[in-house]
Design a protein around this ligand. Sequence first.
Ligand SMILES: [Zn+2]
Length: 424
Amino acid sequence: MDALLLKNIVCKGLVSDILIRGERIAEIRPAGSPYDDGAGVETVDCTGKTAVPGFVNMHTHAGMAMMRGIGEDIAFHEWIDRIWAVESGIDEEYVYHATKVACLEMIKTGTTTFNDHYWHMPSAYKAVSEMGLRSVLAYVICDRNDPAESERQRIQCQQMYEQSKTWQGPVTLAVAIHAIYSVSEPMILWAADFARRRGLPIHIHLSETRKEVEDCMALHGGMSPVEYLDGLGVLGPDVIAAHTLWLSDNDVRILGERGVTCVHNVNSNLKLSSGYRFLYNELRDAGANICLGTDGCASSNNLDMLETMKTSAMIQKAWRGDPSSMPLDELMAMATVNAAKALGLQIGRIEEGALADILIVDTDNYNFLSPGSFEANLVYSAHSDCVDSVICNGRFVMRNRTVPGEREILDQARKAMLALSPGL
Ligand SMILES: [Zn+2]
């Protein structure tokens, strides 16, 4: 079959037929319209279901999918030392299987695109391609002031760039600067320049903890991490900054003026006690592009974007004492179209000509049995098991809650995990 017809599916409140040809949405028309789509069209009855754009997880570390629960109830800096110790023992085989597990979970929970930040990129690429998800894989620069490591990473980053030209399917490359505390200044400058010359996004952890800000100010003459990076000329609309939690008024102004994408990772921030006062209203009003991420499973323990959406909105409303903050339409945009803008992809909307990344949500259950808005029921009532089927790049990656090869993915991942037992 080279085309799919989703029949009788609710799309933006109307019962519609959605025709997908190749990787794109070819046509959306009222259900039952007379038409002749020709041969080679597979018809899928979607009665009782609603089409939702696939979610975009804008900051995660897929290779951590088998590190759930390994660093609980400890402080951020103790936690990150433990993670780095564990990560020093993992290999390509491990990352391949962990990334497959991450993709499996993302598919089951409605994510069709993820912006990844992890090691052993060839393994991650292989896993993602096999699973059929869309992703942006960042080569991670993290030299920790070691010149030998800087040199190794410069060479490897160049190699990955060359290799990425041969990648098939919806997988592209980015460059990550791990964080200002883990990357030397010459390497921050090198990575930003390398990415910009090739039109690649720059992915960074920024102002995640109070300690990061205090250490930066002590080291760089009172400048915050945002001011420091801006002084280096790094900040711009091609920068995707994860966390941006500890910000001054001036930081907010800079992030807005530079058009930086700020990714809120609420569950990770809450559990590591990094903080919870994400300045959503201020960043939005200043002009920053705001998206959502789960962060890796070592801190957030799952990759569930619906959970992330719900928690983000509830915490925001609670700490401000303002229920109108982060309303549903903005919340949906953060999980879809804002991310599309940041990544320069035609995703995040169900419209003719867009790439076909579509969730088919089952609404025939008590979570949706109400006259309330669909978005409210989806975010605040339902759980991700309402996602019945998932289409990514025009292809089904899950049908009726079944992902091809699921049992084998888990069995092989378990073997890889037990073979290595990293740090456990
Ligand atoms: Zn992270």
